[in-house]
Design a protein around this ligand. Sequence first.
Ligand SMILES: *[C@@H]1O[C@H](CO)[C@@H](O)[C@H](O)[C@H]1NC(C)=O
Ligand SMILES: *[C@@H]1O[C@H](CO)[C@@H](O)[C@H](O)[C@H]1NC(C)=O
Ligand SMILES: *[C@@H]1O[C@H](CO)[C@@H](O)[C@H](O)[C@H]1NC(C)=O
Length: 391
Amino acid sequence: MILPPKLKLLLFLSSQMAIFILFIHLYSYNFNSQNMKEEPNPTHMHVLVLSSWRSGSSFVGQLFAQHPDVFYLMEPAWHVWMTFTQSTAQRLHMAVRDLIRAVFLCDMSVFDAYMKPGPRKQSSLFQWYSSRALCSPPACNVLPQNETISQSDCRILCNQEPFEVVEKACHSHSHVVLKEVRFFNLQVLYPLLRDPSLNLHIVHLVRDPRAVFRSRERTTQDLMIDSHIVMGQDWQKLKKEDQPYYAMQVICQSQLEIYKAVQSLPKVLRQRYLLMRYEDLARDPLAQTARMYEYVGLKFLPQLQTWVYNITRGKGMGGHAFQTNARNALSVSQAWRWSLPYEKVSRLQKVCGNTMNLLGYHLATSEQEQKNLSLDLLSTWSPYQQIYQEG
Ligand SMILES: *[C@@H]1O[C@H](CO)[C@@H](O)[C@H](O)[C@H]1NC(C)=O
Ligand SMILES: *[C@@H]1O[C@H](CO)[C@@H](O)[C@H](O)[C@H]1NC(C)=O
Ligand SMILES: *[C@@H]1O[C@H](CO)[C@@H](O)[C@H](O)[C@H]1NC(C)=O
């Protein structure tokens, strides 16, 4: 069949057109799928409770852990530090960062590097029973999902589950909350704040360094390995009596730097940060818990409100600092004022003064001021409000 030249031209043009359209489609498809790879929509909310030792972070961790939407782990990076006890906080920073990223994404294979080879159980995780999620279905089927099991019962009844249940439990909750005391600057976390597969929100929990110091004095032995890592190579050169002050200096400096670094972040990232002073939480647990929940998009369910009300009044949670009645919850957070000699307070204020000024802890300029409980040493201004105003 012979086609007229005009028709030939038309056929040629339309075939070219079809190829062109096909290319456009393929190109835009590739482009879209690339976009999708670069910006997956994180389905989970990831919350890092960033704090230091003896700052009430276990309590704040529990406030999150008790929520039925939360998968919580307490200090997963403990495993990193206990594997490299001769190292320094700086050297372990990246390993800690990468570990929490994997855990946020429910990839628990990351623990392979820090646990003995061979089969392991959910109970191989540090303080695993502090996670309500690991004590209820699908991680442990002793009780139905809507009922809570006490930590001591969980320890006995759920400790034989295979490690795989940890990932299963993680995937089945909308919020993954990790508490860490092993970060000493914010810069190491920048890649996680910008990571499109994460929806990271930071709750930075701080406490009056004088109260932290007093609490550390009472747990020196327990904190020994950690303190050596915090002090780095320097600790052996220090006199024994100087070590607690040096460790506090490092800790205070890091809290200060984290707080300052936030203020130079772009506004969109600054909104991923919430500062919480332990003392404010002790003075008004319900209001401050509501603030944290709202920030990370959790409902403050009625049973949780009762629970928070109860534990901050000494019902439940044995052995915790909050095991006290409402009247003296405030006094407990001020215990350092009558139990620390002024000489120590004064020395500590020299190494932590800048941090205290910035976070709103007034310095005691004499023993009389320290012991005078009608003098409030907590500033009423809220550092977090200041951050938002500046923005
Ligand atoms: C838990 O759920 C079951 C079945 O849905 C119900 O029978 C039980 O009363 C619930 N328990 C609590 C404490 O809400
Ligand atoms: C709170 O305490 C009251 C009185 O001791 C108790 O009956 C109630 O079950 C507690 N509630 C929670 C959620 O712990
Ligand atoms: C304690 O502090 C209060 C409030 O500043 C002050 O009025 C009072 O005089 C002080 N008491 C002593 C004994 O210093």
